[in-house]
Design a protein around this ligand. Structure first.
Ligand code: PEP
Length: 256
């Protein structure tokens, strides 16, 4: 059985002091729910402080981006290899990075390879725009993104990473996909593409999260979908009580 994951993407929010306080609150509120993997992803400048605040608690810390080269003249970038040892996870290919910072399937693929080589677990984001959704292109587009992201990876590497299906039209809009829609794409497109590439065992072992306006009020229904293994949470992860409640609800769904 795949272990569920609640991953918080804090985006460009929280000062070091605020992030430290939030991390401490999350440790307190979620410590009992060990059947759920908890991951929090603050900005680069908060990583050390958040890592320290988490201490020995079983909560993973992740960056929101990385670069594939190991060092050199790449102003403003942080190498995957530099994050290793400090954090365990890294979000790669978030739609905001694709939209505002020119990331492509090719650069996402390079970053995934660098992250895996550094021993990090990539949280790889894919998802279609509203226009693509309305044009009926969701399946072909998302499947293409999965293929692009995973190009050249072994089955073992694929099952070690986490895929997050995040329809762009649902991110930060308050308009989540229905649990049925989300489950259908996570299973029928994302996991199905992994199955085509690497067979049943790898597809069944690979975790697929849903992201897009998840909150305490809709997470139970989403987590009941058999092909959804957790959530990548934006806005609701900035509040310890909301995030803690989502972890609690997920823990309960998985005890059944
Ligand atoms: C995200 O940014 O990955 C996200 C899912 O945001 P939100 O939960 O706010 O829609």
């Amino acid at each position: 059985m795949r272990k569920p994951m609640m991953a918080g993407n804090w985006k460009m929010n929280k000062t070091v002091a605020e992030a430290t306080a939030l991390a401490k609150e999350i440790v307190e509120l979620t410590s009992g729910y060990t059947n759920v993997d908890r991951v929090i992803c603050p900005t680069f400048i908060c990583l050390s402080a958040v890592k320290e605040a988490v201490g020995n608690a079983p909560i993973g810390v992740g960056a929101q981006n990385c670069y594939w080269e190991e060092s050199g003249a790449f102003t403003g970038e942080v190498a995957a290899a530099m994050l290793a040892g400090l954090v365990e996870y890294v979000i790669i290919g978030h739609s905001e990075r694709r939209q505002f910072f020119g990331e492509t399937d090719e650069t996402v693929n390079k970053k995934i390879k660098a992250a895996l080589a550094a021993g990090l677990t990539p949280l790889v984001c894919i998802g279609e725009s509203l226009a693509q959704n309305e044009a009926g292109e969701t399946q072909s587009f998302v499947s293409g993104q999965v293929r692009g992201a995973l190009a050249g990876l072994s089955g073992e590497q694929v099952q070690s990473l986490v895929l997050a299906y995040e329809p762009i039209w649902a991110i930060g809009t308050g308009l989540a996909a229905t649990s049925q829609q989300a489950g259908d794409i996570c299973g029928g497109v994302v996991r199905a593409t992994v199955r085509e590439l690497h067979g049943d065992a790898v597809a069944e072992a690979t975790r697929v999260l849903y992201g897009g306006s998840t909150k305490p009020g809709n997470i139970a229904e989403i987590m009941q979908q058999p092909d959804i293994d957790g959530a990548l949470i934006g806005g609701a992860a900035l509040d310890a009580k909301s995030y803690g409640e989502m972890v609690r609800i997920t823990s309960e769904v998985y005890q059944k």
